[in-house]
Design a protein around this ligand. Structure first.
Ligand SMILES: [Zn+2]
Length: 698
């Protein structure tokens, strides 16, 4: 999970974004030769590790280098990864715990009652680890799906096959999701959104220049090779690959950019079923809904991108059926590839490494573990919690998060630029913001899930179908407020504006994020600033501020307050536009705006909470030679300790709403006078910005 602290404004991004992040995470390369390990290498993680500090660096010139330079100088990214650092270290720790759970479940499955969740879990993981059977089967398990595609000889058949494949988890054409109604956040409604691309973003299809050209050429070659592996002749494979590219380019041109999607109004198009039928008459919507198992009456639909659905309508009517068959065939093979025999796995990995930089596949157990966590996460989450997360840990983490909440409330009460009417609503939103810490209070019921001894790719399809059936008929129903959007062992957190809640799984609440035995300076810098303060501020960033306390999309701001906010947000965007990301690419200040506002607000709030805690509990003396304030900022910077491969940084320019970690540290810290004071930095130093270049938001 490279992009921790992802905010998930709408769950509808879950499928494509999760696939992309999964592709980015196990990437990597660029060995720098043999490096001597740090003296502390292999030791347990700490919230703040003084051994990582580069004592030769100047904290007022480049604080990221100062706080992490000694670690960076000794780090080599493992071949199977696109980055190393905090996230990988914490994931490694969590994965060892999860592995022991899965190994036990696999070994004991035969003795578990038939139909029990432990047996399903063990069977699922075992079928993934059974490489002998997987190699022997080749493409056989998904051949029936390919035969269904070959059987598309009429346009009426086309949509039914698309629906059936979507239920099995294949990302095709557009995305159906039962998600929260933007104007009635207590209920679900039907969402239809853009989807169906094979490259990581629509920009890869539309950008010009040699780099974009070479990516498109490489993609067509990859699709060609995939068709060849699936048995096509050289001529058919090449022709099919060009058909795929043509169809996807049409979809990409009609898709909104990531930047456009940041504006909630841009994806807010509720309409009646009759209006939907008029928007896209070539799609027989009742027939489509039946094909995906949607049986409740559909009265209202949010079409997130109407132009996109209009284009799909036209393509369903006019694109040659042979083109559609090629497109569907490719996506079935490509998305099954990680779970088929070695030639498929290798081809898929080789192409994805173009975006990640990974040189080697992760070991099989890690790939199987991640897929099991993704598909049956709450079945293994209970065992993970029992092994690693006692109730005391949950209580202590909650106490820090509640301090952050209180500190943000104080800031709101004293903001000079905000009117009393906006302030009252902001405070109401803060009071009503829910928090989920550690693990769900109610675990998912897997009674209806089926897993079988046999080809793993079919178990993945069964798990996808189980999840689909679990939620497909939600439109109109009351929102399940107990549900979690990520699993317990995940090293990540999120804020969801439609639910007005922040979520911190147990997997993220271990050192280096948080250690109940560590000092306040260290804990408030990492868990306080970098995690809790950050997620909380998402409720009030350029996107989150458009939602009210109940999660409804509603403008609760006075006009002058909105003007002030936007002006100051522009200051943040300009600041980050000025930073270099990789090669000659700059950070996209507007794409990363929400995250940068959240980092800035999180730091200010975390710092206030630390000062309150010191007043309450007393000031300790120097620890490792640092004051509590210095430890706060070092701990924050170390929470972003990372070493990226250039391929990963290049992909992130296009797809990632988070700026590179270098700037998530040096950017906001250079806007904070308390930082300059803590390290004796003066105007003119690179880490000190002054005057109007400092944003005044939270
Ligand atoms: Zn975030």
């Amino acid at each position: 999970m490279p992009n921790r602290n992802v905010s998930t404004p709408r769950r509808r991004y879950a499928v494509p974004l999760a696939a992309l992040l999964a592709a980015l995470a196990p990437a990597g390369a660029a060995a720098q030769g043999a490096l001597t390990p740090l003296p502390s290498a292999g030791a347990p993680l700490k919230v703040l590790d003084p051994a990582f500090i580069d004592q030769t660096a100047n904290a007022c010139v480049d604080f990221m280098q100062y706080a992490n330079g000694a670690w960076l100088a000794h780090d080599t990214i493992p071949a199977a990864y696109s980055s190393s650092g905090v996230t990988r270290d914490m994931s490694d720790h969590n994965e060892l715990v999860v592995r022991s759970v899965l190994d036990d479940a696999m070994a004991q499955r035969a003795s578990q009652p038939a139909g029990s969740t432990p047996r399903k879990l063990g069977t699922f993981y075992a079928s993934c680890m059974d490489s002998t059977a997987i190699e022997a089967a080749g493409l056989t398990p998904v051949r029936p799906w390919l035969r269904d595609i070959d059987g598309i000889t009429s346009r009426s058949r086309l949509l039914a096959v698309i629906g059936a494949l979507q239920v099995r988890g294949i990302n095709l054409v557009f995305h159906y999701s039962p998600d929260i109604d933007p104007h009635d956040a207590a209920h679900y409604m039907v969402w239809l959104s853009q989807a169906g691309l094979g490259l990581p973003d629509r920009d890869y299809y539309t950008d010009s220049g040699p780099s974009a050209d070479s990516t498109r050429t490489a993609y067509v070659e990859h699709v060609t090779r995939t068709f060849r592996l699936a048995g096509a002749s050289a001529t058919d494979a090449t022709r099919g690959a060009h058909e795929v590219m043509r169809l996807e380019t049409e979809l990409a041109k009609a898709s909104l950019t990531r930047l456009q999607q940041r504006d909630p109004a841009a994806t807010d198009h509720p309409m009646t079923a009759a209006a939907l039928a008029k928007l896209a008459p070539a799609l027989s919507w009742p027939r489509y809904f039946r094909s995906i198992g949607l049986t409740v009456p559909v009265s209202r639909v949010n079409v997130a991108e109407p132009d996109f659905i209009r284009r799909v309508n036209a393509l369903l009517r006019t694109a040659p059926l042979a083109q559609w068959r090629a497109y569907l065939r490719y996506h079935v093979v490509e998305e099954s590839a990680p779970w088929l025999s070695t030639p498929f796995v290798r081809e898929q990995f080789a192409f994805s490494s173009r975006f990640t930089g990974a040189r080697e596949l992760l070991p099989r157990w890690k790939r199987c573990l991640r897929e099991t966590d993704g598909d049956l996460g709450e079945a293994l989450g209970q065992a993970y919690v029992a092994k690693t997360f006692p109730p005391e840990a949950r209580a202590r983490a909650k106490a820090v998060i509640d301090d952050i909440r209180a500190a943000f409330g104080e800031r709101l009460r004293h903001l000079a630029w905000m009117s009393d009417s906006t302030r009252a609503q902001a405070l109401d939103k803060l009071t009503k913001m829910r928090e989920k810490v550690g693990y769900p209070d109610r675990w998912r019921d897997y009674t209806r899930l089926v897993t079988e001894e046999g080809p793993f790719v079919l178990n993945v399809a069964r798990a996808n179908a189980f999840e689909w059936q679990r939620v497909v008929n939600r439109p109109g129903a009351a929102v399940d407020t107990t549900e979690w959007g990520i699993t317990v062992p995940t090293v990540n957190a999120y804020y969801d504006p439609s639910r007005n809640e922040m979520v911190f799984p147990a997997g993220a609440l271990v050192p280096q994020t948080f250690d109940a035995s560590a000092d306040d300076g260290a804990n408030y810098g990492s868990l306080g600033g970098s995690w809790a303060g950050h997620e909380l501020t998402h409720g009030f960033d350029d996107e989150g501020r458009h939602y009210d306390a109940a999660g409804n999309l509603r403008d609760w701001w006075t006009a002058p307050d909105s003007v002030h906010f936007n002006q100051q947000a522009d200051v943040v965007a300009r600041q980050f536009d000025g930073y270099l990301q990789v090669d000659t690419f700059h950070v996209n200040g507007k794409l990363t705006l929400g995250e940068n506002i959240a980092d800035f607000g999180g730091l200010l709030t975390g710092y206030d909470a630390l000062e309150q805690a010191l007043k309450r509990d007393g000031r300790p003396g120097l620890i490792d030679g640092y004051t509590p304030e210095q430890r706060f900022f070092i701990s924050y910077a170390q929470s972003w300790r990372v070493h990226n491969r250039p391929e990963r940084l290049r992909t992130r320019v296009t797809v990632d709403p988070h700026a590179p970690e270098q700037w998530r540290v040096d950017g906001p810290l250079s806007d904070i006078p308390a930082f300059a004071e803590a390290f004796g930095c003066r105007p003119g130093d690179p880490m000190v910005r002054t005057g109007d270049s400092i944003p005044h938001i939270w």
